[in-house]
Design a protein around this ligand. Structure first.
Ligand SMILES: [Zn+2]
Length: 248
């Protein structure tokens, strides 16, 4: 596996749900208020960040394609309907690309893996996912059922990784190149399975600049949380660059 190359800093930001929420008590890093999201997107522009696709980040990090300035990738896990309803209009306003990681076995269904939440938010259907592709949204895989991959028997983990890729490819009619580990949970075997299944790169929940990735299948991200003020957001973006591994 190749090491990332020196390039201007790239932060991969991690979002889950964007919308209007009553001050959530738990899983706060899974929510972002839509007004705050708008302010964050405006700040990226104002502060001179270039918002690039994950493909462009991959090329800069691993294929030696020059990147002119510090850049950001916007990633959204799980494929909630509120991505299309609330986040996408704002992304379109700024012309930003993004990557959305869908759970292939639960398209059009509630996010049933979420424990302890009374209402399970709905996930985008196959036809809505297809519609997103014309809006600069790359679709990646987030497994079939959102399990903790390191805890599954290897054959089952393999099915979650490889079959979700082919299922989404069937839905979209094009290759699915990127993967995100549910809960950021993986181990070396899981990581190797993701590579063997034919993905180009994978995103973790370890914190840090993408430039600190040990390889293309362990790219760190920066989680944006419900409680992040605009200053907090900027701090994560500009200062919190050191790699900090997170295994749950
Ligand atoms: Zn997830």
């Amino acid at each position: 596996m190749t090491q990332p190359r020196p390039t201007p800093p790239i932060s991969v930001l991690m979002y889950h749900q964007v919308g209007k929420f009553k001050d959530p008590k738990t899983h706060r890093s899974s929510y972002c208020e839509v007004d705050r999201f708008h302010a964050q997107m405006a700040l990226l522009k104002f502060a001179g960040y270039q918002v690039i696709s994950l493909e462009e980040a991959y090329s800069a990090l691993f294929a030696n394609v020059a990147l002119p300035r510090r850049s950001v990738v916007l990633s959204f896990d799980d494929g909630y309907e509120n991505f299309a309803d609330d986040a996408l209009p704002i992304l379109a306003e700024f012309g930003y690309p993004s990557v959305l990681f869908a759970v292939s076995g639960l398209l059009g269904q509630p996010a049933k893996w979420l424990a302890g939440e009374r209402e399970k938010p709905p996930l985008l259907s196959a036809s809505r996912l297809r519609e997103l592709r014309s809006a600069k949204v790359e679709i990646g895989s987030h497994t079939i059922s959102h399990p903790r991959l390191s805890r599954l028997p290897p054959e089952q983990a393999w099915r979650e990784i490889a079959d979700s890729k082919s299922e989404l490819e069937q839905v979209l009619g094009e290759p699915v190149k990127f993967f995100a580990y549910p809960y950021g949970d993986y181990n070396p075997d899981v990581r190797d399975a993701v590579e063997r299944a034919g993905y180009q790169a994978a995103l973790t929940c370890s914190r840090g600049l993408a430039n600190t990735a040990p390889n293309a299948f362990e790219i760190p991200r920066k989680a944006i949380s419900y409680g992040d003020s605009l200053i907090g957001f900027f701090w994560k973006l500009a200062v919190k660059n050191q790699r900090k591994d997170r295994y749950e």
